[in-house]
Design a protein around this ligand. Structure first.
Ligand SMILES: *[C@@H]1O[C@H](CO)[C@@H](O)[C@H](O)[C@H]1NC(C)=O
Ligand SMILES: *[C@@H]1O[C@H](CO)[C@@H](O)[C@H](O)[C@H]1NC(C)=O
Ligand SMILES: *[C@@H]1O[C@H](CO)[C@@H](O)[C@H](O)[C@H]1NC(C)=O
Ligand SMILES: *[C@@H]1O[C@H](CO)[C@@H](O)[C@H](O)[C@H]1NC(C)=O
Ligand SMILES: *[C@@H]1O[C@H](CO)[C@@H](O)[C@H](O)[C@H]1NC(C)=O
Ligand SMILES: *[C@@H]1O[C@H](CO)[C@@H](O)[C@H](O)[C@H]1NC(C)=O
Ligand SMILES: CC(=O)N[C@H]1CO[C@H](CO)[C@@H](O)[C@@H]1O
Length: 400
């Protein structure tokens, strides 16, 4: 297991720093919400933006500041903040403080569903595939973030392996796994979903009544899934067909209602124009707003709009709206925890942008998670470009 040695440091930039705008054509990145910031790292950008061919790993690390209102229209400037860190990849480990023990095998395409339970500090990673063999696994690897020791979850009744799926932790401690591929070009069922009970480490599954009595969404992979406070899992985007011919799903906004004993699917009622459907994006819930960042469309993506960030107002479940503003002045009535590693379950107010120790710890944890995700991608990159990659440069915050 190859981890990277991360050394480093936050060079605080001052107020004169130029405005930072990340590449809009990034896909397969990860996003973590913590302390009113959505941290983005990793992902790919096209080698040939004109015809969208080739994939180069992005080494950027930055965040979207969701502490204040902002618009996502073509002329708006998004509150991106660049982060610079320096990694020295001379040893095969993370820095001392984040070295884990019993590290499991390395898998691809499992980053989209990694779930963290903020109550226990455990991170759950299920499935993924091997890079060279393409072998798909159904392992449940659990990282205790307080001890940094990996454990193995239950294999009894474990579902068939998969990749490019999502995992969503419900308030009852079950992780619901949605979608993904169970073999090359073959998709997991959307009506029989695996559940992992984190309270007693057991697998079960739930059967969702489907067609013809109920709506059944198109099977999909590399979609996103966020949980609202009232138990709706909002599944957005994803691809169908097969990996090489992948196309976005047509029913790109579907809802799994987990608030009743019998879960049901429905297609979201959307009363506004929708952005271009996509996959390999991220979605993060901040209050009642689902913030979708980047992603890609089909093989040949049309030119991106100037801001590839989109906001869905999820407050009215009979009428979802894509809005052009993240507006804290007419705050959504509730503030929902997001299934992110450091999202506090009780942070109903955005914390102040101070650098109090607790914030720093939150940020640190976030960074560690983000980097663990990034390491999967970086590992692959490094294999391909061993000679070039002695130093990765990432950078850090100017604080507001
Ligand atoms: C994409 O563009 C690059 C550079 O212009 C070119 O070399 C490559 O052949 C093109 N690929 C396809 C599939 O069109
Ligand atoms: C953005 O894309 C261009 C070319 O497509 C590339 O040169 C540049 O490094 C990319 N930047 C990031 C942050 O990925
Ligand atoms: C951290 O790692 C360095 C070299 O990898 C080693 O010399 C040092 O003793 C380690 N420190 C701790 C506290 O483990
Ligand atoms: C695990 O917990 C669930 C309820 O949370 C219960 O139905 C199930 O029987 C438990 N399984 C074991 C093996 O204890
Ligand atoms: C969608 O909207 C229609 C008409 O506005 C309404 O009849 C229907 O119940 C709504 N569906 C959901 C799931 O809310
Ligand atoms: C949430 O915070 C409020 C006040 O800040 C406190 O009264 C309440 O007990 C907290 N709830 C939980 C679940 O921690
Ligand atoms: C958060 C944490 O564990 N920090 C430790 C990192 O390692 C140094 C020693 O190298 C400790 O002093 C810190 O407490």
């Amino acid at each position: 297991m190859l981890f990277l040695c991360l050394i480093v440091i936050c060079l605080y930039l001052n107020e004169f720093t130029l405005a930072f705008t990340p590449n809009n054509t990034v896909w397969g990145h990860s996003a973590v919400f913590a302390d009113s910031r959505i941290y983005i790292t990793g992902g790919y950008y096209p080698q040939n933006p004109i015809n969208f061919t080739g994939a180069i790993l992005s080494k950027e690390f930055y965040y979207l500041d969701v502490e204040k209102s902002f618009g996502v229209g073509a002329t708006d400037t998004l509150p991106w903040v660049d982060l610079i860190y320096t990694y020295v990849i001379s040893s095969q480990q993370w820095s001392n403080n984040s070295t884990t023990t019993n590290a499991p095998q390395f898998y691809y395409n499992s980053q989209g569903q990694t779930v963290c339970d903020v109550k226990t500090g455990k991170m759950y990673r299920f499935g993924g595939n091997r890079h060279l063999s393409g072998q798909i696994n159904n392992n449940m690897d659990i990282l205790d973030t307080s001890t940094l020791v990996w454990e193995t979850g239950s294999t009894v009744n474990a579902p068939i392996g998969r990749y490019d799926h999502t995992g969503t932790l419900l308030s009852n401690g079950n992780i619901v796994y949605i979608g993904g591929c169970i073999s090359y070009g073959e998709f997991a069922s959307m009506t029989e979903l695996p559940l992992y009970n984190t309270n007693n480490n057991t697998w079960t599954s739930i059967t969702i009544p489907g067609y013809p009595d109920y709506y059944s969404p198109t099977p999909r992979a590399y979609h996103s899934a966020v949980l609202t406070q009232d138990g709706r899992i909002i599944v957005y985007g994803g691809y169908t067909i097969n990996y090489n011919l992948h196309e976005v799903v047509t029913d790109d906004l579907v809802i799994l209602d987990t608030s009743q004993p019998v879960y049901t699917w429905s297609k979201a009622n959307v009363s506004t124009n929708s952005p271009l459907s996509r996959f390999y994006h991220t979605a993060t819930l901040v209050g009642d707003y689902m913030i979708v960042i980047f992603g890609r469309n089909n093989i040949h993506i049309p030119p991106p709009t100037s801001n590839e960030v989109f906001i869905l107002d999820t407050s009215d479940k009979s009428n979802y709206k894509w809005v052009s503003e993240f507006d804290l002045n007419t705050p959504p009535t509730t503030s929902s925890p997001t299934p992110s590693p450091t999202g506090s379950s009780n942070s109903s107010k955005p914390p102040t942008p101070s650098t109090a120790p607790s914030d720093l710890i939150g940020i640190l944890i976030t960074v560690v998670f983000a980097l663990i995700g990034a390491s999967f991608l970086i590992y692959r990159y490094r294999r391909r470009r061993l000679s070039r990659l002695d130093i990765l440069t990432l950078i850090s915050p100017q604080t507001n």
